[in-house]
Design a protein around this ligand. Sequence first.
Ligand SMILES: NC(=O)c1ccc[n+]([C@@H]2O[C@H](COP(=O)([O-])OP(=O)(O)OC[C@H]3O[C@@H](n4cnc5c(N)ncnc54)[C@H](O)[C@@H]3O)[C@@H](O)[C@H]2O)c1
Length: 441
Amino acid sequence: MNRTANPLSRRHFISTAAAGLALPAILPSSIFGQNRPSNQITVGVIGWGMQGPEDTRAFLAANDCRLVAACDVDQQHLNDAVDTINQHYQNKGCQAYHDYRELLARPDIDAVIIAVPDHWHALVATEAARQKKDVYGEKPLAKTIAEQQAIVRAVQQHKIIWQTGSWRRSQASYRRAAEIVRNGLLGKLKNVEVGLLDGHLDFITQFGGTEPSRSIQPPPPELDYETWIGPSQMQPYIQARVHMNWRWNYNTGGGMLMDWIGHHCDIAHWGMDCDRSGPLEIEGHGDFPPTTDVFNTATTYRIELKYPGDIHMTIAGGDPAIEQGTKWIGTDGWLAVTEWGFECSKPEFTGRKNLPADLRKVKLYESPGHARNFLDCVKSRQPAVAPVETGHHSTIPGHLGLISMLTGRKLRWDVEREEIINDTAASKLLSRAYRSPWKLT
Ligand SMILES: NC(=O)c1ccc[n+]([C@@H]2O[C@H](COP(=O)([O-])OP(=O)(O)OC[C@H]3O[C@@H](n4cnc5c(N)ncnc54)[C@H](O)[C@@H]3O)[C@@H](O)[C@H]2O)c1
């Protein structure tokens, strides 16, 4: 369906229906000139590696959406995407794309899942917004703060719905934890610990594959390596530096710090009411392998951050005293929500129930599931549980921590202007040079 050409556009239908006007629940598909029920959201997936299929599974299970297109620059991954989607629907309706811009130019596509490596997020996301596609976009929002700012601007300008892939926001235990903190039940918040992973994890052997080569080789025929590297600096092809393991090289990823910041700092911020705020001072230290190593991202790291309200945050990877997850410490108690469970110094809060009504003055967003919430918001045009601004602010502490580690000094951050104060060299690391011909517009 061409939304601009059709007077009864999908968005019009959705917003009219949301306004409570009497329309039949399902209009005949002929109205839209498409062979699909009109209440279905058409979706394309861009990037079919580790997370693309995982994200797509929830969309395939939803009756009110239809996967109609897939894009990847690795032909084997693309074939797998198309086969998986077509097998699910028992048809041949999924169209394959090598170039994400062609998929995004399709007027009948309403929304896209973006699960490409971090170095590609900004270009794909801003183009998706420009083409007015709603986006389920993976964390971290982008490779640099400047790219994140470009995504936020594009989403706001084109008024698209955005869900960041920080799916813990849709889990009841994380919401309940953040609500306990937000309702002041730990007293005045003093310290927050964000525990992340350390080291490098070779995902290929982790999933039972043969250890990837660390030597320079010609790229395999199925991979368009030139496009895969895209806006990052051209490096010779090394298998261990591409699929999944791109995270462990700063040309394409941000190491464990940036891989995990969008999860546990996201939850920390929820409890701190910092979805539109951030740290004032940041000081980070890390252990770095030689920059020439195939995996060159920090192995262990520790970042100390000062937040408004005299709150101190520690982000650590590789400190056994800081568990993987989020811990809030207040004047009256502490609460930790980790990968393994939910612990609180006040046992009355450790159950699975919501807080009693008299204590639950602040009620946080209750999402029925991350993809489900996104699809609901595509219809209602209301913000999703993890909108773009939230995804942006959740990862800023990680980006700034990394810049502090790389420059070897403490940084001061202007939260309103989103600028590093009085440090030209550090400020340069807020953005990165794009390899020609790629440009972020
Ligand atoms: N939310 C979560 O829990 C979670 C978990 C894992 C990964 N992620 C995120 O998902 C994203 C993808 O990570 P991954 O582990 O799946 O990586 P991956 O390397 O396994 O998969 C990425 C896929 O994107 C393809 N690709 C690269 N450039 C492309 C382009 N320009 N156009 C189309 N396809 C392109 C690659 O060929 C590959 O198939 C990352 O941002 C990562 O941080 C999120």
